[in-house]
Write a protein that binds this ligand. Structure first.
Ligand SMILES: [Cu+2]
Length: 468
């Protein structure tokens, strides 16, 4: 008997509602969650107490994770002395080292990793929109001030450039001109790049002009792709130029959604709001391919859940893991969290539902890949003392690839030798057992989730397992 065609299936509104209700029971309601086997749905670990609400997070070259909150561990009052509660966490020992910044409140600053492994932090807010620039050096656990930016910036987006410089744009107080940091010569306003038409004309409502979605393109330029309707290429040469690359045409508003470079020159944008006027979350996603003469935008499958404030993590397999977020799009609000993780496969354009975490990870939550192939999902809140939406904790997720067909921990491949240092554009040679074909030499910063980069190497995926 032939299979009925798709259009022979009548989908009624109550059926759709019933499907959503079942999904909710299975994945959004922890008391009723039916965990999938670990080789199918991954596995969440125990709750790890954290010394503050981890609003910002960076991974360090030695495997530790650096996080921070603001001038309080669970709040961000203005007008205080400049100070930030910060700490490193070592996943291998579960040891925290408190490393507060004594003179820069990095609350909702922007951060990137420089190619020497330092965390480069710009802006924030306390005594006003902050012009401060700080770097954290993992080698001696030090915070150091660099030269101030020309403008104070709160909620800016910064992009690390292959030249070693850092680009930064907008943020509250930042105005229409971005800035370029050049090692040795400091910050310069790029007055050739006026962001009025692309960003500021849309106002700062719902963060439209803050945390713009920006990624490095294959030419070393900055590609601006939202959350406003236009796409733009920003060239740093001289005082900079901005060139329109058309409209992405998305019929949703990706503000407070996520943008990640999942392959060379290919961006995945997912979630955010339904529209500028409707802040409820969207399940929609699209890819933007920057490898040709013009950006190619493709609508891809919807996520299983609408999400906003979620975190996306590029896995060593090249798949994209999505954790947390909420469906109502409300800030400082855990009324409608999405607890189930899901994973997008770029080869098949499918979103696979995974097991549910215990704690809502909504506004001000963070997530990142760890060096052993697991993922940390932490934070959420910073809503003031006693607030139920403050989450001073994190959870580690072991993706399905860490398990064998029986659900036991898989055998971990061993890299036998390789270079201690890898430079942009150079070949990397590794020898390993049982023959890894690609690695994940990435470093990230994550705050309000919007930037993550993956250096893709030709070949398949290294499939790590957990040792011990
Ligand atoms: Cu914030």
């Amino acid at each position: 008997m032939s299979k009925p065609s798709d259009d022979s299936v009548v989908v009624c509104a109550p059926c759709v509602r019933a499907r959503w209700f079942l999904l909710f029971l299975l994945f959004a309601c922890p008391a009723l969650a039916q965990p999938l086997p670990p080789q199918v749905g991954g596995q969440w670990g125990a709750i790890i107490d954290w010394p503050h609400v981890a609003v910002s997070m960076a991974n360090l070259p030695d495997g530790r994770i650096l996080t921070w909150a603001s001038n309080e561990r669970d709040a961000f009052p203005g007008g205080r002395p400049e100070f930030t509660y910060a700490a490193t966490w070592d996943p291998s020992t579960n040891e925290f080292i408190e490393l507060p910044h004594p003179s820069h409140d990095m609350f909702c600053a922007s951060l990137v990793m420089t190619d020497d492994g330092r965390v480069f932090v710009t802006g924030g807010r306390n005594q006003g929109n902050s012009p401060w620039t700080s770097v954290f050096d993992f080698r001696d656990n030090s915070w150091t001030h660099l030269e101030n930016m020309n403008r104070g910036r709160w909620y800016p987006t910064s992009v690390a450039l292959p030249t070693g410089g850092v680009f930064i744009a907008v943020g509250q107080g930042g105005g229409q001109f971005p800035e370029l940091y050049t090692p040795g010569s400091g910050w310069e306003l790029l007055t050739g790049i006026d962001l009025t038409e692309s960003l500021l004309s849309f106002g700062f409502r719902d963060g439209t002009g803050m945390w713009p979605l920006m990624q490095l393109d294959p030419n070393g330029d900055v590609f601006l792709h939202g959350a406003t309707p236009g796409m733009w290429v920003l060239d740093m040469a001289g005082l900079g130029t901005i060139t329109s690359a058309g409209q992405h045409g998305a019929d949703w508003f990706a503000d407070e959604g996520t943008s990640v470079v999942y392959r060379e020159g290919k961006i995945l944008v997912a979630g955010g709001s339904i529209s500028i006027g409707n802040n409820a979350s969207s399940a929609k996603a699209m890819t933007i391919d920057l490898n040709g003469p013009a950006p190619v935008v493709t609508a891809v499958s919807d996520m299983n859940f609408p999400r906003q404030f979620q975190n996306e993590v590029i896995l060593p397999t090249g798949q994209v893991l999505v954790v947390g977020g909420n469906t109502n799009g409300a800030k400082f609000n855990d009324a409608a969290p999405v607890l189930a993780a899901e994973m997008w496969d770029p080869d098949t354009d499918t979103w696979t539902l995974l097991n549910a975490q215990q704690v809502p990870r909504t506004y001000h939550s963070t997530g990142m890949l760890l060096t052993d192939g697991t993922v940390i999902s932490a934070g959420g809140g910073l809503a003031g003392a006693g607030s139920a939406v403050n989450h001073w904790d994190g959870e580690v997720f072991s993706p399905p690839y860490l398990f064998d067909a029986n659900g036991d921990l898989a055998v971990r491949p061993v890299i036998q030798d390789g270079p201690g240092l890898m430079r942009n554009g150079r070949e990397l040679h590794l020898h390993g057992e049982p023959g890894p074909r690609s690695v994940e030499p990435r470093q990230d910063g994550c705050d309000h989730p919007h930037d993550e980069h993956r250096l893709t190497l030709p070949g398949g995926g290294l499939r790590p397992g957990r040792s011990g």
